[in-house]
Design a protein around this ligand. Structure first.
Ligand code: ADP
Ligand code: MG
Length: 707
């Protein structure tokens, strides 16, 4: 099974959400435990978030807003006021000038501290205030005490655990903990890395001669060593998870290669032949399905590359071998579309396809459940409702998850466990606990380094060419002041039989407001385009209504389809050749790419108009430029990664990125590659080092290792 990032992060979330009412008595030890710090080893790997430079006192006259400062001076004015709001203000003076200090909440003893004439050392961030510079909520300490010789580390902490007590605990741990290298000295040298002990000691207590900037920006050689170790641990544990899966048992789904096999008959019936890329991935999947341990394969292919037929062939191989197959999609529109297509492909072959979503009537649902648990339904297509507890499969052998990036890892796992439960449950003889094979499909190409970590526990197949006959989509960037012209162009296009998507943006995090925009746009376009049939589809429509609209569009009974992003993934209407995206500046890059992928699927020359509203933020400008400059999904994904970082690209909760505390996949790709090579070598040649390294890095994270 895959790693468990979702589990880890929900755990972390709980930790944060835990009420701070834990007894006032709670000792430092308990507070440390709250941070997951139990042993000396835990403490030494609790590394600073940042550093503060407290090695110098600055003259007040040189301070600039936005910078942190440490100054020393005498209080020359002090006032507690209660109108218009409660606050404490003071003015501190040194030989060079004065600066304001301000507290928005304060205790009586702070007011006493700030009595005129007293001398303090003060630290904080300088801001430009109404009456000159000021520091809000400064840290106040005794003046004229000796200055530290090194940068002061600032650690991640929790309520009620002060930096000084945390620092003390860590210093103690450093004195007692074992800091030996997990790697051989030789390979540390060869990799050009620092030793572990030097790196750890440096990061906890850098001396003033060290490059402060590099320490703060995590580019210092000491950070590189730690990040390398962390990435190595990740690679090793993902590889272990992969191995563990091989000890699970799955049905061996032998390929029927007779001419009357289901696969052969589908290939015969298709109006096209597979591209060589499709044929290759079909082969890869087919080999996996014939193994006795479960397949966990990711099928990557840009929008329109033809993943569905590959999924169908995998399903038919499995069905021919005698098991049930489930295909799950993230939205009803998409599930419905798969259902329609698979029905057309499979039913003539005598394969019963069953439709199951959250919104079917109780009666239809009961019938579906019976067909599924009785084993009559061989291919079950639907949405997440599939994974609800009420569904019992008779003999689920393969699970296909489409547009997998929409699902959390937890959901992925839940569905694959479904197979286990169905097997061990009442349905079959209790002795055979097989795990279903799993194929996940994604149209979001993942840059190589991300794939190496996020998907390191999966096999990956890529469809790297599009079916023949596609013409590239012409992308136009048009300012919204020219919206009228675009509407006129749409009117023109309709008269020549073209079909058009008009995409409305998400306005807010509010479904009602988004809906309102779509409804308004629909009304406006209906009026502006009297000769066109304008339809509307959005997320709030009942699923049957949605399906009706999509059907009408597919059958060319609608010319212009006003839509929200419900059409973002997977929707396939080859005759649609013009797409207008309003407020394109509000969409993410991956989303724009997915949307644009809805056109350019047929032979007609397709155009995608990105209507934008000025002024554009820098980020929006970069995104639109990327859309204009390239159509290559991998290129787009790489630019997206550069613009946003991996957390957002994959959705940090499901990315597995949250497991990395120090390394950053966007900037540390060279380290990822190195760690991967070393991991492979160690697993082959030095299992004792693997064990040692994981023991250091995976302590307390057993749930990550377990599979
Ligand atoms: P996606 O990978 O985005 O899910 P689809 O599976 O929806 O792509 O395929 C996009 C379109 O291309 C569909 O209309 C499909 O029937 C068609 N298609 C798939 N494979 C081929 C092929 N080898 N030759 C021609 N058309 C194909
Ligand atoms: Mg698809």
């Amino acid at each position: 099974m895959s790693s468990h990032p979702a589990k880890v992060s929900s755990r972390a979330a709980r930790k944060v959400a835990a009420p701070a009412q834990s007894k006032a008595l709670s000792t430092t030890k308990q507070k440390l435990e709250k941070l997951g710090l139990r042993s000396a080893q835990d403490l030494i790997l609790h590394l600073p978030l940042r550093y503060e430079d407290e090695t110098e006192i600055m003259p007040i006259a040189v301070l600039r807003p936005g910078r942190s400062a440490q100054i020393q001076g005498v209080v020359i004015r002090s006032e507690a006021s209660y109108q218009p709001r409660r606050q404490l203000t003071a003015v501190l003076q040194d030989e060079s000038g004065v600066i304001g200090l301000r507290w928005l909440t304060f205790y009586p003893n702070q007011q006493q501290q700030m009595q005129v004439g007293r001398r303090w050392r003060v630290r904080g961030e300088v801001r430009g205030g109404l009456h000159g510079y000021e520091i809000i909520h400064p840290k106040v300490t005794v003046a004229d005490s000796p200055l530290p010789a090194a940068l002061t580390p600032v650690y991640p902490t929790t309520d009620g655990l002060s930096q000084p007590s945390l620092r003390k605990a860590i210093l103690q741990a450093l004195a007692s903990a074992e800091l030996n290298d997990t790697l051989e000295a030789d390979s540390v040298n060869k990799l050009g890395l620092q030793t572990f002990s030097l790196a750890i000691r440096t990061l906890h207590g850098p001396t003033p001669d060290m490059d402060a900037q590099a320490l703060i920006e995590h580019t210092h050689p000491s950070w590189l060593r730690i990040k390398f170790d962390e990435l190595l641990a990740q690679q090793l544990s993902l590889a272990a998870a992969r191995d563990a899966r091989r000890s699970l048992r799955a049905r061996k789904l032998t390929l029927n290669s007779k001419p009357e096999s289901l696969c052969a008959r589908l290939l015969q019936a298709l109006p096209f032949s597979l591209t060589s890329a499709q044929a290759r991935v079909v082969g890869e999947i087919s080999v996996d399905l014939q193994r006795e341990f479960p397949m966990y394969r990711l099928l990557q292919g840009d929008v329109g590359s033809g993943k569905t037929v590959v999924a169908a062939l995998a399903a038919l191989q499995a069905i021919d071998a005698g098991v049930q197959v489930a295909l799950m999609a993230p939205t009803e529109i998409l599930a419905e579309q798969h259902y329609q297509k698979l029905k057309i492909w499979c039913e003539p072959l005598g394969v019963e396809v069953c439709w199951l979503t959250g919104s079917i009537t109780p009666k239809a649902r009961k019938l579906a459940n019976e067909a599924i648990s009785g084993g009559r339904a061989r291919l079950v297509v639907g949405t997440q409702a599939l994974i609800q507890d009420t569904v019992e499969f008779f003999d689920l052998g393969l699970v296909i998850v489409d547009e997998q990036h929409r699902f959390g890892v937890a959901q992925r796992l839940s569905l694959s466990r479904k197979g286990q439960d169905a097997q061990t449950g009442a349905a079959l003889s209790a002795s055979d606990d097989f795990v279903p094979h799993q194929l996940t499909m994604s149209a979001t190409p993942i840059p190589r380094t991300l794939a190496m970590t996020f998907y390191a526990d999966l096999e990956v197949s890529s469809i790297d060419t599009l079916p023949p006959g596609r013409t590239p989509v012409l992308t136009k960037l048009i300012s919204s002041v020219r919206r009228e012209e675009v509407v006129a162009h749409v009117a023109q296009a309709c008269t020549t039989g073209q079909q058009v998507y008009w995409v409305c943006p998400l306005v807010q995090e509010s479904e009602t407001l988004d809906l309102q925009t779509a409804v308004d746009t629909h009304l406006a376009l209906t009026q502006a385009l009297p000769k066109c049939r304008v339809g509307l589809v959005h997320g709030q429509l009942h699923q049957t209504e949605k399906a009706q609209v999509m059907k009408a569009f597919r059958e060319a009974k609608i010319d212009v389809l006003v839509a929200t992003t419900v059409i973002e993934v997977g929707v396939d209407v080859p005759n649609a050749s013009l797409m207008v995206i309003e407020h394109a500046e509000r969409f993410g890059l991956a989303q724009l790419h997915q949307l644009r992928g809805r056109v350019g699927r047929g032979v007609a020359k397709s155009v995608c108009v990105l209507l934008y509203q000025t002024p554009l933020s820098l980020l929006a400008r970069q995104r639109l430029r990327a859309m204009y400059e390239t159509q290559d999904g991998f290129e787009i994904a790489q630019r997206d990664l550069d613009l946003r970082g991996p957390g957002e690209l994959l959705g940090s909760r499901q990315s597995g990125v949250t497991l990395l505390r120090f390394a950053d996949l966007a900037t540390d790709s060279a380290l990822v590659v190195a760690a991967r090579e070393v991991a492979t070598d160690l697993r082959k040649n030095a299992p004792h080092i693997v064990e040692r390294h994981l023991a250091r890095w995976m302590r307390g994270r057993e749930d990550f290792l377990r599979s």
